[in-house]
Write a protein of this length. Structure first.
Length: 86
Protein backbone atom coordinates (compact mmCIF):
# COMPACT_ATOMS: atom_id res chain seq x y z
CA UNK A 1 0.00 0.00 0.00
CA UNK A 2 1.22 3.52 -0.82
CA UNK A 3 0.06 6.71 0.80
CA UNK A 4 -0.21 10.38 -0.06
CA UNK A 5 -0.25 12.41 3.11
CA UNK A 6 -0.42 15.98 4.30
CA UNK A 7 1.44 17.02 7.41
CA UNK A 8 0.93 20.17 9.43
CA UNK A 9 3.69 21.80 11.45
CA UNK A 10 2.61 22.36 15.03
CA UNK A 11 5.01 25.32 15.31
CA UNK A 12 4.55 27.20 12.02
CA UNK A 13 1.17 25.96 10.76
CA UNK A 14 2.75 25.12 7.38
CA UNK A 15 1.66 22.11 5.35
CA UNK A 16 3.82 19.48 3.70
CA UNK A 17 2.59 16.94 1.14
CA UNK A 18 4.41 13.68 0.51
CA UNK A 19 4.18 10.06 -0.64
CA UNK A 20 5.44 6.91 1.07
CA UNK A 21 4.85 3.23 1.64
CA UNK A 22 5.67 3.55 5.37
CA UNK A 23 3.85 6.35 7.22
CA UNK A 24 5.30 5.56 10.64
CA UNK A 25 8.87 5.75 9.35
CA UNK A 26 8.25 9.03 7.52
CA UNK A 27 6.62 10.81 10.46
CA UNK A 28 9.53 9.64 12.64
CA UNK A 29 12.01 11.06 10.11
CA UNK A 30 10.19 14.38 9.94
CA UNK A 31 9.91 14.77 13.70
CA UNK A 32 13.56 13.85 14.26
CA UNK A 33 14.99 16.28 11.65
CA UNK A 34 16.07 13.50 9.29
CA UNK A 35 14.33 15.08 6.29
CA UNK A 36 15.99 18.13 4.74
CA UNK A 37 12.69 19.47 3.36
CA UNK A 38 11.06 19.78 6.78
CA UNK A 39 14.06 20.17 9.10
CA UNK A 40 13.59 22.66 11.91
CA UNK A 41 9.87 23.24 11.33
CA UNK A 42 8.38 20.41 13.40
CA UNK A 43 6.92 18.75 15.25
CA UNK A 44 4.66 17.49 12.48
CA UNK A 45 1.31 15.75 12.64
CA UNK A 46 -0.41 13.76 9.89
CA UNK A 47 -3.73 15.44 9.14
CA UNK A 48 -4.72 13.81 5.83
CA UNK A 49 -4.11 10.45 4.13
CA UNK A 50 -5.09 8.86 0.81
CA UNK A 51 -4.28 5.20 0.02
CA UNK A 52 -3.15 3.84 -3.36
CA UNK A 53 -2.26 0.38 -4.62
CA UNK A 54 0.78 1.41 -6.66
CA UNK A 55 3.61 3.89 -6.17
CA UNK A 56 2.85 5.38 -9.59
CA UNK A 57 -0.71 6.29 -8.59
CA UNK A 58 0.48 7.79 -5.31
CA UNK A 59 3.23 9.85 -6.96
CA UNK A 60 0.79 11.17 -9.57
CA UNK A 61 -1.64 12.26 -6.84
CA UNK A 62 1.14 13.84 -4.78
CA UNK A 63 2.21 15.81 -7.87
CA UNK A 64 -1.35 17.04 -8.48
CA UNK A 65 -1.70 18.26 -4.90
CA UNK A 66 1.72 19.95 -4.91
CA UNK A 67 0.98 21.55 -8.29
CA UNK A 68 -1.92 23.51 -6.75
CA UNK A 69 0.51 25.39 -4.45
CA UNK A 70 -2.31 26.96 -2.50
CA UNK A 71 -2.87 26.68 1.22
CA UNK A 72 -6.59 27.24 0.59
CA UNK A 73 -6.74 24.15 -1.68
CA UNK A 74 -5.05 21.97 0.93
CA UNK A 75 -7.43 23.23 3.62
CA UNK A 76 -10.40 22.57 1.32
CA UNK A 77 -9.12 19.06 0.60
CA UNK A 78 -8.68 18.32 4.31
CA UNK A 79 -12.10 19.64 5.28
CA UNK A 80 -14.25 18.56 2.34
CA UNK A 81 -12.95 15.70 0.23
CA UNK A 82 -12.57 12.91 2.77
CA UNK A 83 -12.40 14.77 6.05
CA UNK A 84 -9.43 15.19 8.35
CA UNK A 85 -7.44 12.30 9.75
CA UNK A 86 -7.69 12.54 13.53
Amino acid sequence: MHYVYILKSQTTGNYYTGETNNLQRRIYEYNNNKSFATRGRGPWEIIYIEKYKTPKEAKQREYKIKKKKRKSYIEWLINNKYGPVV
